[in-house]
Unconditional design. Sequence first.
Length: 522
Amino acid sequence: MTRLSTNHTIRLNNGSYPPSVDELIPANHLVRVVSRTIDEMDLTPLLRTYSKGGGASRFHPIMLFKVFVYGYMTRVYSSRMLAKAMRENVMFMWLSGGQRPDFRTLNMFRSSRLKAVMDEVFMATVKLLAAKGYVKLENYFVDGTKIESAANKYSFVWKRGIDTNERKLDEKLRAFIIEVDRVAQNENVEYGDRDLEEMGEQTTFTAEDVAELAAVLNERLSKLESQGAGEDVKKLKKDVKQVVSDFLPRKRKYEAQRAILGERNSFSKTDHDATFMRMKEDHFKNGQLKPGYNVQIGTENGFVLGYDIFPNPTDTRTLKPHLENMRYRFGKLPLRVIADAGYGSQENYAYLEKNNIDAIVKDGTFHRAGKRSWRKNPFNTEQWPYDAATDSYSCPEGRSLTYVRTVRRETDGGYAQDLRIYTSESCEGCSRRDRCTRSQGNRTIQRNEELRRLREKAHARLLSEDGKILRKRRAVEVETVFGQVKGNQAFRRFHLRGTRKVSVEWGLLMIGYNIKRTCLQV
Ligand code: SF4
């Protein structure tokens, strides 16, 4: 039988306990790597934020920065929890040298000092990686993920809701103005320079229009009051009240909401920068609409070189601004960009070509084009033979589709595409018509020659030996970052609100990720 000690409390060994905090931390512990790496970084931009007056800080910004980076690496995201960790956790005590800033100090540091320079601070990490030869900005792997905002889930404002409410209000306003004008004409009242009849012909109104209406009615009210017209004054007072306390605030509210909305379809009332996006919630990829941000990152050799936070849920329109930000940060663009089909658009291909970047970027047709069923389908117009001499295509029935005109269309993002339209001279009597087209008239097809050219170029690169290797690497390069952050670190929701603050949080996560990654390079 095992003999147990009679005393279950920890015995102290004659004054040699507790040892120094430094002794408790193994030589190769992550916290030491964090501290060492941050010491190597050029954090002048962060220190500069303290040179603008405001008195001396009790706590050194580099110490606070280390605490935040280590906190975001170890799932301690809130300022209160960090403050607690600095009192109770040996690793945090070691980092802070025993100092104990309270949560307000920590919060102020993150949402004020770091917010102002996060981009530069993140760049300091990347410069350090480049100096050590870990990254060269040659192969740049891009992908995005959606992270939920800290906003209330049910705080949505939809564009179509604003449109409907505003349309109803405009109809109400128009009826109101016509009625007020009718009464005024019956009573032979003049409104001076302001013409209500003209205003009643409008179908939409701005807040300025409604404010003017209120001024006109107030003017009329003053006149009536001076004349002592009892009943009319009562009715007009009611009208003025309706304009001032109902119509005008509602109009102002809708205008303010449209200003917040910008080009988006929705926003959250409790985090104006967050947009409602469908987020994959479970393994069956069932989505749920939640307020969130589209986080775009770019990696090379497993390190995160850049990130940006976007309000739009689709990835297609994020590539150009993301790469432009990279150009601003690095002073140059990568040699190759590797991305999935979400980024394959004419606009993106054209941008990459213009900037001499090799596009290893799929589009929606890449996998389809490899399928036998697609290639063998006689009604797949992409396969129809083209005759350059007559500028015409031949259908499976051997009839010609000749060029008719070119139309210019704009994508949602405002990018102009030229489409060449070809029409069959006659589809009459065609036995295969029901399989070829649903149109009642002759068959018409569209050709976007520029997109075809760019697409073919991209497909050739994707199918090259280098292309195949890079495509395989893409899955592990970027997805690993998202897996680490969302899975292992359980970071599925931001803790702060607003793009700039959210950007600080993501920056801390990415700095932590890069530091951890350096351990694998040793
Ligand atoms: S419907 Fe017109 S274009 Fe299609 S196969 Fe028949 S003839 Fe050709």
